[in-house]
Write a new protein. Structure first.
Length: 344
């Protein structure tokens, strides 16, 4: 025993970096799997594939990366998979819609996770919810939407997604006429449905729209009607804020909460509960380094992806704070956002 201890001591004395290097090379020869909760071609998919192409160079051991799409239930399938089935070994990263954590706080029994227990890696950029319409729908501005006699069809994914929750908040707060059509697998499918004339419009993030519907937006056949945010996006200065149309304190509060929910933490990245702290730390560091990587930023610019990252610690705080909301606020949001039969 003494001989073994002496050997290790002398080994570290004369080779001080070798044992550390072994730990630093954790990812060597391994594959990091990204699980995206939406279909290929949508905003979440585009962001994730760009990140996956560049993050390996910032991880010890330079692993390979693979992106897998796991669409369904507004990315709830992916979130539940990450929480319950993915191995907590630092090799699986999930990307799902952040407001699903709110759904769990509100008591949606289908959200079988605790948002406080994920290992949050970060968010590539704050989002900015907007509503767009085909010009053929006869809705090209907010005044037309408020006064139109035939409710336009808006495409949604599922409760917990911005495509479903933002329209519900606007209908409750502003009494806008609409028919919400849930069940799409992702924003790419919604974009196709809009192009085919099956639906009239949709509400989701401006960042995602620019990535998913660039050609349609450039054609001039779509109109951005309203922003669900607390401040205007620099590119949308002429588009009004939803809160400007709110006439009651309740309406203002609903839109304020909606603006917060579907901005900062809309597209987070996380690892399963129980992931070793050292792996989580490595992934957080690599994520932030990737956000500054010049080659990544070139790719992001080509894909029209905005980059304004939020680190893992701040992302974790955003979700933890959801569990501290006042009971009266939670009850009101339950009535508005939880699907029928979803309560505990």
């Amino acid at each position: 025993m003494k001989a073994a201890i002496l050997f290790l001591f002398s080994f570290q004395l004369f080779h001080p970096n070798l044992l550390t290097a072994a730990g630093d090379e954790f990812y060597a020869g391994k594959t990091v799997h990204f699980v995206v909760g939406f279909s290929a071609g949508g905003g979440y998919d585009v962001y994730t594939r760009a990140i996956a192409r560049h993050i390996a160079k910032h991880l010890p051991g330079r692993p390979s990366t693979v992106v897998e799409n796991m669409p369904g239930a507004g990315s709830l399938i992916a979130a539940n998979y990450l929480y319950h089935r993915a191995r907590p070994d630092g090799l699986t990263i999930g990307n799902f819609i952040g407001p699903l954590v709110l759904q769990q706080v509100l008591g949606n029994k289908a959200a079988t996770f605790d948002g406080r227990k994920f290992g949050w890696i970060g968010v590539p950029a704050s989002d900015h919810a907007v509503c767009i319409f085909n010009n053929s729908s006869r809705v090209t501005n907010m005044k037309q939407w408020l006064s139109i006699d035939k409710p336009p069809k808006l495409g949604g994914v599922a409760p917990g997604s911005n495509t479903s929750d933002v329209p519900r908040i606007l209908k409750e707060g502003l009494n806008v006429p609409m028919q919400l059509v849930d069940g799409h697998k992702g924003t790419a499918e919604i974009a196709l449905a809009m192009e085919a004339g099956e639906i009239d419009g949709s509400c989701w993030s401006w960042l995602g729209m620019k990535a998913t519907m660039r050609n349609q937006l450039e054609s001039g056949n779509l109109s951005v009607v309203v922003q669900v945010a607390l401040a205007s996006h620099p590119e949308l200065k002429k588009v009004p804020l939803a809160i400007e149309f709110a006439k009651t304190d309740l309406a203002k509060e609903l839109i304020r909460v909606g603006s917060l929910m579907y901005s900062s933490a809309l597209r987070p990245y996380a690892v399963p509960p129980g992931t070793p702290p050292e792996q989580l730390a490595s992934l957080r560091k690599a994520f932030l380094e990737t956000m500054k990587d010049s080659d990544f930023l070139v790719d992001a610019k080509k894909a029209q992806l905005e980059i304004d990252p939020i680190d893992g610690a701040e992302t974790a705080k955003i979700f933890t704070d959801l569990y501290k909301m006042q009971p009266t606020t939670i009850e009101r949001l339950k009535d508005l956002l939880l699907p029928k039969g979803a309560k505990d």
